[in-house]
Unconditional design. Structure first.
Length: 148
């Protein structure tokens, strides 16, 4: 594999990670699910196995939840021309309440959580997808999370 191909793979995987954050934050849940393989795993607190279960899980999110996922330190390790692994740091900002239903600015005290995603990516029929995304939290502010 030459350097250009490796850089293209790294960029495709970085873009998947960034697209995930944007689609989640703007409630584009079909687009979120489409980033994953059919048999993918998403574990962001409760494991969801399979693209359709990921899709259904996101559509259960409350419309009163507004979030912004800030991703940094994205690092991709290309294993071969159809497999890569990555990590991205997450600073999560979120609000739960009626104010989230408006377009107004919401006051807040800081991030709800800080952690990282561990990812596996694979190329299927020439298209890069997320095979596995597992969230590990390092810091969490419990007032920002819904108790079930």
């Amino acid at each position: 594999m030459d350097l250009i191909e490796q850089l293209n793979i790294e960029r495709a995987c970085e873009k998947l990670s960034i697209d995930y954050a944007r689609h989640v934050d703007f409630s584009e849940y079909d687009d979120v699910a489409d980033l994953f393989t059919v048999d993918a795993l998403l574990d962001a607190g409760a494991p969801l196995q399979g693209q359709e279960n990921i899709r259904k899980g996101f559509f259960k999110r409350s419309p009163k939840l507004r979030s912004r996922h800030i991703l940094t330190n994205i690092s991709i390790e290309v294993i071969n021309d159809s497999l890569a692994k990555g990590i991205s740091y997450l600073s999560l900002y979120r609000h739960i309440g009626e104010e989230s239903l408006t377009k107004g600015v919401i006051e807040f005290d800081g991030p709800a959580a800080i952690g990282h995603y561990s990812d596996e990516f694979c190329r299927i029929a020439g298209v890069w997808k997320i095979k596995s995304r597992v969230l590990s939290m390092a810091f969490q502010n419990p007032k920002f999370f819904i108790r079930r």
